[in-house]
Design a binder for this molecule. Structure first.
Ligand code: BES
Ligand code: ZN
Length: 616
C-alpha cells in the first residue's frame, strides 16, 4: 500500500519518507586522504509516521559501498534496488516487525564512499594553496548527500546531527564544534566532534578538512582558510559580517545558529557560496581585495533564515529558498548602503534573469517559478530564474501591499515555518491568511494572479527600478556603442570612482551590443581601463567575455589561464561557452587539461555544455 495514497511531495528522492522520518543522524566518519574515501558508519534514528504500514525503510544512495546494517543493534537484511538515473540506488532495509506510529528504530549502516562520489572533492597537496597537505570538501546541494551516506535525501525531512570525524588535519562541519581529542584507533589523527541541534535537511550536511586555520572577523564569527590566505580573508570580511547579521536580525528575527563563520575554500569550489549552517562555504574569488564581493556573504547569511530554518519542501519550489534569500540579501544591502543600492542589485539580477530566460527559451519549463522536476536532475534546472523571478515575485508582493505591511509579514512567515519545510501553495495560504483581516490588502491579494506567477514561463512584468546607480555606466556604454562614428577617446578617468559592480553592469551592456566591439576596440578597453589585470574576477571574467565575443585572440591565453585557476561554475561555464564559439579545439584542449582540477559537479556540467551529454 505504501506510497500510493500519499506520494511524497519531493519527486527527487527514492526514500519512503512518507512512512519514516530520520530525526537524528550520528555520522562517524574517518577521512582517509590516502584512499580519497570516507569510511565509517552512520546511525539514523527513524520515527514511524504511519501505524506500521511499511516494514521497509528505503534510503537514497549513490555510488556507495554499503557494509553491515544493524536495526536496533541486530543485523538486518538489506538490498540495493535497481539503479534509477539520475537519482541513484534505493537502499531497502528490512525490519523484522511492524513499528507503531511515532515509535522509533535505530539503523546503523557501515559505509564507504567510492571514487564516483559526486559530493566530495579530494585535492592532492600540489592542488592546494600552500602545497603542504591534502584537502577535501563536500558540496551536497541539491542531491549529492546520497553519495556520502545513505539518507532521506530530501529537503522535506530534517534531523539533528552529531558529527564524529577523524582526520589527520583540522575539520570543519555544519555543526557547532564540541570537542577535539586524539584518536585512539589512528595515531596522529584527531577525533573532531560537532553537534547540530537545529534540525537540518541532508543537503546541509557539510565537511571540509585540510590545512585550515581561523581568525576572528566579528563577535560571533571566524573566517577559516589556508594559513597563507588568512590575513587577506580576514581583511575582506571583518568590516561587514557583523553589520550584515545585525541588519537582517532587525528585518527577520535573531540569528538561531549560535556562530556564523565562513570557510574560504580552494579555488575549485564550484559555487560562489554555500549556506552550510554554522560555516558558510565560499569561493576564494570573493577575496578581491576591495571588499566588493561581500554581497555573497549577505546572501549566504540570509539563508540562515530562508533555506536553513524555513526550507523548500522540494527542489520544485527552490524559489522559496533562493528567491527569499535574494530578497533578504538585498534588504541587508539597502539597510547598509541605502535603497538605491537594492535597486541597483535588482537591476543586475534582472539582466541575469533575461539571460537565463533567453538561454532556456521563453516557453521552457525551467523558466517557471514552480517547476516540474519529475525524473529530472535538479542541477540541470539550476539558473538565475528561481533567484530573480523569486525576488521579483516577493518585490511585487511588497509593492502591492506596501512596504510597511510587508515588513510585518516577513517575521510572521519565518516564525510560522521555522524548523519546517513548505511548498508554494502553503506560502500562498500564509500570505492570504496573514492579510485576511486587512480588507484593502486582502482584496489586492485575492485579485492577484498567483497561478500566472507560479506557472507561466518566461519573464514576469518588469518593475520600475531606481536607475540612479546605473545611469552613468549606461551612458559610458553608449559612447562605446557609437565608438566608430563618434570619435570617442576612452580615458582611465571614465571609470574613476565606479564600484566593481557598476563596471560589471557596464561590461554587460557592452556584451549586449548588436555589433560587437572590434578586436582592437576590445584590447583598447582592457588596457585603458585596466580590466585585463583586474583582481576582481567578476570584472576580469566579463572583460574576457567581451574579448571572446569581439574575436580578440589575445584574450584566449588569459581565458585559459583563468579556467585553470578558478572552478566556480558561474565563471567556468560561460567562459567555456564563449571560448568554444571562438575556438572549439582550444576549449576542448583546455577542459582536458584542467578537468581534474574541477569539482565533480562542475566537471559534469561543463561536459554537458561542451559535448552535449544530456540537455541541461
Ligand atoms: N545555495 C546556493 C548554491 C547552490 C544552489 C548550490 C543550488 C547547489 C545547488 C547558494 O546560496 C548561492 O546561491 N550561491 C550563489 C551566490 C550568489 C547568488 C550571491 C553562487 O554560488 O553564485
Ligand atoms: Zn543562495
Amino acid at each position: 500500500m505504501e506510497s500510493i495514497i500519499n506520494p511524497p511531495r519531493d519527486p527527487n528522492t527514492l526514500s519512503n519518507y512518507n512512512n519514516w522520518v530520520s530525526t537524528h543522524v550520528t555520522a562517524n566518519l574517518d577521512i582517509l586522504f590516502d584512499q580519497q574515501k570516507l569510511v565509517g558508519n552512520v546511525i539514523h534514528k527513524f520515527k514511524s509516521i504511519t501505524n506500521g504500514e511499511s516494514q521497509d525503510i528505503i534510503l537514497d544512495t549513490n555510488h556507495l559501498d554499503i557494509g553491515e546494517i544493524k536495526v536496533n543493534g541486530k543485523q538486518s537484511e538489506w538490498e540495493l534496488l535497481p539503479r534509477l538515473e539520475p537519482y541513484g540506488t534505493g537502499l531497502k532495509i528490512k525490519l523484522d516487525s511492524p513499528v507503531a506510529l511515532n515509535e522509533t528504530v535505530e539503523v546503523d549502516i557501515s559505509v564507504k564512499t567510492t571514487e564516483k562520489c559526486t559530493a566530495l572533492q579530494w585535492l592532492t597537496p600540489a592542488q592546494t594553496s600552500n602545497k603542504k597537505h591534502p584537502y577535501m570538501f563536500s558540496q551536497c546541494q541539491a542531491i549529492h548527500a546520497r553519495s556520502i551516506f545513505p539518507c532521506q535525501d530530501t529537503p522535506d525531512v530534517k534531523s539533528t546531527f552529531d558529527f564524529n570525524i577523524t582526520s589527520p588535519l583540522p575539520v570543519i562541519s555544519s555543526g557547532l564544534h564540541v570537542g577535539k581529542s586524539a584518536s585512539a584507533a589512528r595515531p596522529g589523527h584527531y577525533l573532531y566532534q560537532f553537534h547540530q541541534k537545529v534540525p537540518i535537511p541532508s543537503y546541509l550536511f557539510a565537511l571540509a578538512s585540510g590545512d585550515i586555520v581561523e581568525a576572528k572577523i566579528g563577535p560571533r564569527s571566524v573566517v577559516a582558510t589556508s594559513p597563507d590566505k588568512l590575513e587577506e580573508c580576514k581583511w575582506e570580511l571583518e568590516a561587514d559580517t557583523e553589520k550584515f547579521i545585525n541588519a537582517i536580525e532587525k528585518i527577520v528575527y535573531p540569528y538561531a545558529w549560535g556562530e556564523y563563520n565562513v570557510l574560504v575554500l580552494p579555488p575549485s569550489f564550484p559555487y560562489g557560496g554555500m549556506e552550510n549552517p554554522i560555516f558558510t562555504f565560499a569561493t576564494p574569488s570573493i577575496i578581491s581585495k576591495d571588499r566588493e564581493n561581500v554581497d555573497v556573504i549577505a546572501h549566504e547569511l540570509s539563508h540562515s533564515w530562508s533555506g536553513n530554518l524555513v526550507t523548500n519542501a522540494s527542489w520544485e519550489h527552490f524559489w522559496l529558498n533562493e528567491g527569499w534569500t535574494t530578497y533578504l540579501e538585498r534588504r541587508i544591502l539597502a539597510a547598509i548602503h541605502g535603497e538605491p543600492y537594492r535597486h541597483f542589485s535588482a537591476i543586475i539580477g534582472w539582466k541575469a534573469l533575461v539571460d537565463s530566460v533567453e538561454h532556456y527559451g521563453h516557453d521552457h519549463e525551467f523558466t517557471k517559478l514552480v517547476v516540474d522536476l519529475k525524473g529530472k536532475d535538479p542541477d540541470d534546472a539550476f539558473s538565475s530564474i528561481p533567484y530573480e523571478k523569486g525576488f521579483n515575485f516577493l518585490f511585487h508582493l511588497e509593492n502591492l501591499v506596501g512596504k510597511d505591511k510587508f515588513d510585518k509579514f516577513i517575521p510572521h512567515y519565518f516564525t510560522t515555518f521555522k524548523g519546517k519545510s513548505l511548498d508554494s501553495y502553503e506560502f500562498k495560504t500564509t500570505v492570504l491568511d496573514f492579510f485576511s483581516s486587512d480588507a484593502e490588502a486582502s482584496k489586492l491579494l485575492n485579485d492577484f494572479d498567483w497561478e500566472k506567477w507560479f506557472y507561466s514561463p518566461g519573464l514576469p512584468p518588469k518593475p520600475d527600478f531606481d536607475t540612479s546607480l546605473v545611469d552613468v555606466v549606461y551612458e559610458l556604454a553608449g559612447k562605446w556603442r557609437t565608438f566608430s562614428e563618434s570619435g570617442f577617446i576612452p580615458k582611465e578617468s571614465d571609470i574613476k570612482g565606479l564600484m566593481a559592480n557598476q563596471i560589471v553592469v557596464f561590461l554587460e551592456q557592452v556584451l549586449l551590443f548588436e555589433k560587437p566591439l572590434t578586436p582592437d576596440q576590445s584590447q583598447l578597453m582592457g588596457q585603458v581601463y585596466g580590466f585585463a589585470k583586474s583582481e576582481n574576477v567578476e570584472v576580469s571574467n566579463l572583460y574576457l567575455q567581451v574579448g571572446l565575443k569581439a574575436g580578440d585572440r589575445s584574450v584566449i591565453e588569459p581565458t585559459t589561464d583563468l579556467l585553470g585557476r578558478i572552478g566556480r561554475m558561474k565563471f567556468v561555464r560561460p567562459l567555456y561557452r564563449g571560448l568554444q564559439k571562438l575556438d572549439r579545439p582550444i576549449a576542448i584542449e583546455t577542459f582536458e587539461k584542467y578537468k581534474d582540477f574541477y569539482h565533480p559537479i562542475c566537471r559534469a556540467m561543463v561536459e554537458k555544455d561542451l559535448f552535449g551529454k544530456k540537455n541541461a
